[in-house]
Write a protein that binds this ligand. Structure first.
Ligand SMILES: [Zn+2]
Length: 426
């Protein structure tokens, strides 16, 4: 895991937050390659679950919300007791219910404190009653409070969903494990509304969405042998949920949750006093909801663990990130064989501009020797490197090097863009 964290910093994926001031626990900054990777995941998700479907509406609700939202949802009172947290399993306990060790795992406990996981802030210039609001601890409530707006503007028939990608904030007592347990993070959530089910009718929707989640995880490049469904049972199951499955990834530190998946019944809409009028049956009722909730930062971490590879090439050890082309931050790199030959550099620039018209992002690199440039691209997971050499000037062909095998192939410049498009947009 240390190797992965050090690579992400060295190559501009993820930096510790506020680093020059000693950092800030639980906050991380995404660098130029990190934001490319993050956007690949978010865009793929948005395309798959919103744009390519006709039953899911996308929104982007404000992070700052009326404090009454959190009273209705139960968040305001939910954590307001005096709490201690287990340093090992992170279970929280009311301090008056507990002795000096965690009853679940025997771990040590934090000091007791009045604790609400929500970050408080003050709205407006004066600190007065009613001015206190919270940074949202989840994006889901932004969806629920817009339920009526979506109904009034689009008149959707059930079942339908509302999706949102956005930041959420939780004042974790003990942030840890890189970007796994953090205080500021990003979620991709869908609330999928269904008719109040008779008996177990909700199970088919639940099974359908569980399958959708698994397909998505494999499509972005996570290996299914590292993904586990863990049903949340007994006292760990939230009071509003009939069934919850945490989808865990096999991280180097332990198996832990990357997607939360819950059948939340009608709890949320009921809490906000919202309902639905069925035009056909002339009935008014409260829809139930199924919620797949993806952690963006955790998916990025899982993906980095999944694609991190070490091998030996040409007698040298190397690290490479075996991203699927759809997730690779840089799709193609273009090099002149030598940087001090103006003809090669000029031709390389032309090839670079040509590819860039149809494939993004492409990187131009003429720094250091060619072997070093290949290694750099391997470390950021660029699937293909194109090199312009002296033969190019003779016959208009270039070499294409494959990241995983290191093998090179000569291709005509005329056919180059199509070749790359076929390889990358598989
Ligand atoms: Zn514990």
């Amino acid at each position: 895991m240390e190797k992965i964290i050090s690579l992400t910093k060295r190559r501009g994926f993820i930096y510790p937050g506020s680093e020059i001031y000693g950092g800030l626990a639980g906050a991380w900054d995404y660098g130029p390659l990190g934001i490319l990777l993050k956007n690949n995941i978010k865009n793929y998700w948005w395309n798959r679950f919103v744009l390519k479907r006709d039953d899911i509406y996308g929104i982007d609700a404000a992070i700052l919300m009326n404090a009454k939202v959190w009273e209705a949802s139960g968040h305001a009172s939910g954590f307001s007791d005096s709490l201690v947290e287990c340093k090992k399993c992170h279970h929280r306990f009311r301090s008056d219910h507990i002795k000096d060790k965690c009853p679940d795992c025997g771990g040590n406990l934090t000091e007791e404190k009045q604790f609400n996981m929500m970050f408080k802030t003050i709205i407006g210039p004066v600190e007065e009653t009613g001015a206190q609001i919270y940074l949202r601890p989840e994006t889901a409530q932004g969806i629920f409070v817009n339920f009526k707006n979506i109904i009034d503007t689009f008149h959707p028939k059930l079942p339908f969903g509302v999706a949102q990608i956005g930041k959420a904030f939780r004042n974790e007592i003990t942030p840890k494990d890189f970007v796994f347990r953090v205080r500021e993070f990003e979620q991709m959530e869908i609330e999928y509304f269904i008719k109040p089910p008779k008996k177990n009718e909700w199970e088919k929707d639940f099974d359908y969405w569980l399958k959708q989640i698994h397909e998505f995880l494999e499509e972005i490049g996570l290996n299914k042998k590292n993904i586990y469904d863990r049903e949340v049972l007994g006292k760990d199951l939230s009071h509003y949920s009939k069934k919850t499955i945490d989808i865990d990834y096999n991280f180097p530190f332990k198996k832990d949750e990357i997607v939360g998946f819950a059948y939340r019944t009608d709890f949320d809409l009921k809490a906000h006093g919202l309902d639905y009028y069925d035009e056909e049956t002339k009935e008014r009722f409260i829809p139930h909801v199924i919620e797949p909730s993806f952690g963006v930062d955790r998916l990025i971490f899982a993906l980095l663990c999944e694609v991190f590879e070490e091998d030996e090439m040409g007698g040298e050890k190397r690290i490479f990130l075996k991203f699927k082309p759809n997730m690779a931050p840089i799709k193609v790199a273009v090099f002149p064989l030598l940087k001090n030959k103006p003809d090669l550099v000029k031709k390389s620039r032309e090839v670079y501009e040509m590819i860039k018209k149809e494939i993004q992002p492409v990187m131009f690199d003429d720094n250091g020797n060619i072997g070093k440039r290949y290694r750099r691209q391997d470390e950021i997971g660029t699937p293909y490197c194109v090199t312009i050499d002296f033969e190019t000037l003779d016959n208009n062909t270039v070499t294409i090097r494959d990241r995983d095998t290191g093998q090179q192939e000569r291709v005509k410049i005329l056919e180059l863009t199509n070749f790359l498009k076929n390889a990358i947009l598989e």
